[in-house]
Design a protein around this ligand. Sequence first.
Ligand code: ZN
Length: 286
Amino acid sequence: MPFDTFVLDHESAIRLGFFLGTFVLLALWEYLAPRRTSRTAKAVRWSNNVALAAANMVMLRVLIPLAGVGLAAFVNERGTGLLNMLPVPYVVAIVVSLLAFDLAVYLVHLAFHNAPVLWRMHRLHHADVDVDVATAVRFHPIQVLLSTLVKFAVITALGTPVLAVLLFETIFHALLLFNHANVRVPPAVDRLLRWFVVTPDMHRIHHSVRPAETNSNYGFALPWWDRLFGTYGAAPAAGHERMTLGIEAFRAPRDLWLDRMLLNPMLDERSSRNGSSDPALTNVDT
Ligand SMILES: [Zn+2]
């Protein structure tokens, strides 16, 4: 394919540029039109979340030096994978690949909530007491590694086009940043948008401390899987401004630091603290 050489040569610059550009734009939007008042000061939380993201990038480079697009090029050259074995037009192969990637992410996210050992890896993402664009990069390295291996399994099984991998990685990460952003989207626009993409008001419900709300809205890009599999939630019971985000057991200011985040899977999730006091809250909104 004509794009493939260009994509293979420039994939990390394209991905990083797109990601950083989206991050900066959303941070600006959060500053100009925030949806909720932040409970914590941003300096510690953002610097530690970004440090975690940088550590994850380095970890992936070291442990899996092969990029997704490189794997796709290799699989396609060998002619293996379902889409290479069937007479599928290129455009259809791209659409099927994008849907398959996003469905896989949805199912893996369900697994991260339902298998106790996987929840230990994922709960760090939920432990953020504010949810904004910096929450979108707050994932434990083991979760990042497992998710990358699942993506590689999809690439190998389907023989996804190189361009589909790049499109997924750039669009998915931009939407991941968007749906975590603490941005005000007019209600009418939100209602329309959430038929096509997961919006911030939709995904924020998944970060609620209430288990029934946490166990809803697992989608990160397309909202259709939640509607199809009955995990869709429309609104938080307490309202978006007043709902409590995070996990009761990990709300202390110390839990915001990188070392505590990396150790989080080993810590006990105590259930005795049940929300009446919140040492991380410094700026409670009304
Ligand atoms: Zn989750």
